[in-house]
Design a protein around this ligand. Structure first.
Ligand code: TRP
Ligand code: SF4
Length: 400
């Protein structure tokens, strides 16, 4: 059923930094007030690449949840859980693997890319190849229709759509589907069933998308009709069978403009990060040792902010007046680089302060964090179980 549900996951492979905060987390925090959201720690996903260093994952799981909470992910608005605590993901992964062509997995671009990038690791494993399918199971098990991800993940969402379509095509054809759909139409009442028929015809004979939308709305508004009948009516609209798994859409996360300490994108692999838990001295030290425009050899040499990574931080953190001060001061050599960095240090510290205060509170109360996650796992599991009932049914696994 097409409800608006957002799902996203993050791999626990180390400390979160300002790049995560300004990209993914701020986006999640905004979404949690707009829609139903599920956010999970993708610990099994982390194992697909870090199978030989499980200690990194173990350490990172709780720290990452603390970082999420400290950044403002609100357990009263969003469901927070750990993938491996909802073993139904693994069951769905196994069942979907039966219908997944190997060639579909082999042509997912991240498969070859990551193998080349992480060449120090042996990633010619079954788990790594199947990783996009595990991601599909994560999404499909919640019938999530909106998946906020970065650009690199788009092929995984497209792959998920193809898997859902294939599943519905193979298993959505229950015995007597047409008769059951026709019977469900009658349950709409005479006026509405006539309207449904009319809209269905308009879509099937002339591809009228608006008619399709109206018919979907008609079904969703229908009170007192079983989920099964609603799914039949939705499937019947498009001529196919029952829609058991929902095709998700991706919601591209606005690219994080957060530059790292060297001017490249902030990323652990470039070793240019400021972590969310970085202490005051370390923040100051890291920014003070940032490279600047190489033309400024001596204090009296003028520079050009466009050639300086510190300027990129001013663009994010400084107001117009400070930016004008930097532009003029740098070009005329009336300010020195250390002086120029001071407002950036202050702004970064100001951004981190409330996050770190909240993180300290959560870190002091591990029971609170564990309870939040336990509750989230419980909620997620309930949704996952419902889908698995339908999936097992469709695949003939509900023996009685
Ligand atoms: N593969 C994602 C990443 O590496 C993490 C992830 C796992 C995910 N399962 C997901 C993201 C489901 C969105 C939805 O970033
Ligand atoms: Fe960079 Fe500021 Fe130094 Fe100019 S004055 S080079 S902008 S740090």
């Amino acid at each position: 059923m097409a409800i608006d549900r957002v799902l996203s996951g993050m791999r626990p492979t180390g400390n979160l930094h300002l790049g995560h905060y300004n990209g993914v987390l701020k986006n999640w925090i905004r979404l949690q007030h707009e829609q139903e959201c599920l956010f999970f720690v993708a610990d099994w996903h982390a194992l697909t690449t870090h199978y030989d260093t499980p200690e990194i994952i173990e350490e990172s799981v709780w720290e990452m949840v603390i970082d999420w909470l400290a950044a403002g992910v609100d357990p009263a608005s969003a469901t927070i859980f750990i993938q491996s605590r909802v073993p139904e993901h693994a069951e769905l992964h196994t069942l979907l693997s039966m219908i997944t062509p190997l060639s579909w997995l082999e042509r997912v671009p991240t498969y070859k890319d990551q193998q080349e990038k992480l060449s120090s690791k042996d990633l010619s494993t079954y788990g790594f190849l199947g990783y996009p399918l595990l991601q599909s199971a994560d999404i499909l098990i919640y019938k999530a229709n909106q998946v906020p991800v970065g650009e690199d993940q788009i092929p995984h969402i497209e792959f998920t759509r193809e898997i859902a379509r294939r599943f519905n095509h193979i298993y959505g054809k229950e015995k007597g589907f047409e008769e059951k759909a026709e019977a469900a139409i009658k349950k709409l009442g005479s006026k509405r069933s006539a309207l449904y028929e009319e809209l269905r015809m308009a879509y099937q004979t002339s591809g009228d998308e608006e008619a399709l939308e109206s018919a979907r709305a008609l079904i969703e508004e229908q009170q007192g009709m079983s989920m099964g009948d609603k799914e039949r009516l939705l499937g019947y609209l498009e001529g196919g069978g029952k829609i058991i798994l929902v095709e998700p859409e991706y919601k591209l996360t606005p690219a994080s403009k957060m530059p790292g300490l060297d001017g490249q994108k902030m990323s652990k692999s470039y070793n240019n990060t400021i972590s969310l838990r970085e202490n005051v001295d370390s923040v100051a030290k890291k920014i003070k040792s940032m490279p600047t425009d190489p033309a400024r050899v001596r204090r009296t040499d003028p520079g050009d902010p466009a050639k300086c990574p510190v300027w990129q931080l001013h663009e994010i953190y400084s107001n117009d007046a400070t930016q004008a001060w930097v532009q003029a001061g740098c070009r005329s050599a009336s300010i020195g680089c250390i002086e120029c960095k001071t407002p950036v240090i202050e702004s970064v510290l100001a951004e981190l302060k409330p996050i770190q205060e909240r993180a300290a509170q959560y870190a002091e109360d591990p029971t609170l964090v564990k309870n939040i996650v336990a509750e989230g796992c419980e909620k997620a599991r309930k949704l996952a179980r419902e889908t698995m009932r339908d999936v097992r049914d469709a695949m003939g696994l509900n023996y009685s």
